[in-house]
Design a binder for this molecule. Sequence first.
Ligand SMILES: [Zn+2]
Length: 380
Amino acid sequence: MATQPWIPDAGAHQAVALEVLLHGPISRSEIARRLQLSAGSLTRLSTPLIESGLLVEVGERGDGRAGRPSRPLDVIPSSRHFIGMKLMGDQVIGALTDLRAGVLASESTQLTSTRPDDVVASIADMAARLAVHVPAVTALGIGIGGLLDESGVVISAPFLEWENVPLAALVEAASGIPTVVANDLVAFTEYEHWFGAAREVDRFAVITLGAGVGYGLVANGGIVASEDSGIGLVGHWPLDPYGPVCPSGHRGCARSILTQAAIVSGVSTALGRVVDYDEALSLAEKGEAAARRVVDDAGRGLGRLLAAVANLTVPHMIVLGGEGVRLVDVAYAAVLEGIQLDRDPRAHDVPLITTTGDNTEWCRGAAVIAIQRYVLGAPN
Ligand SMILES: [Zn+2]
């Protein structure tokens, strides 16, 4: 389904508009510096964007110098609306956002079955409920923990038992909204890159904790991804030679000690009763010995994973997220200990940024995929 593109041409006009979207309000001199444009070229490029209403001049920001004050440029975030959703095994969560992935409304719904037709119907219903708040929705993005192709076909999503489901096309037909589908970790990383904690950082890594262990990397200002993004490769990174065995047969890999299921299993087994993830962490916080040990082992493993990421990909920042991210707080001393085990003492500390772990972050990520498709145009 065709949408009128944000910028008709994908060249210099788009570059100017993108700087304003990502960094606005921003002065003309700063845009010119970032894009290495002369003042004259910038005026020539920005004038039609302002005349068309895409960019606006905002309140004056005096620079203390004589002459005509520079009026920063910005976009109007509420000029366009998007929907981002995260599809999980038993529920769908969604958020309505503006052009900068700011959340205006959110929804969630339980899935009664994982049959593609039923899931598509639930997604279309939710899109309709979110869309009532705004005049129009420009595009819909769906994040999913699985392997996808460029056209939005889910090649494999084991948690839904799906293979080769053309999800983007099905949702587009059912909802009437142009739809893109992306791996959820890629979407989360793109959100951090465009509008999140790492938006001014040229090279950073993302680690997510939850049902799995996710890893994302942005280098030279662009995400590093491949057709294997979605397998969850970092989940098998070895962390503890004496740890439990994962379903693929790795002893002490990231998945075997860092996932919510691994921590729940470790603490439940030790205590002889079933606890959930939050209770396992709370028991550790209170000093319950067995929970403390399991959680600290996980924390130390996470520290070693962070050290590996820091050593191999040299990020300026590591963003930690996902619904299991509370582990970082509860086991912080063990995390630092794990980092120290594998870092050269001369190496600088890599800033660690912990996000809220709120599921809405995944929806914002999916919305950013939709925003990117609209703003940058389709890749093919
Ligand atoms: Zn493994």
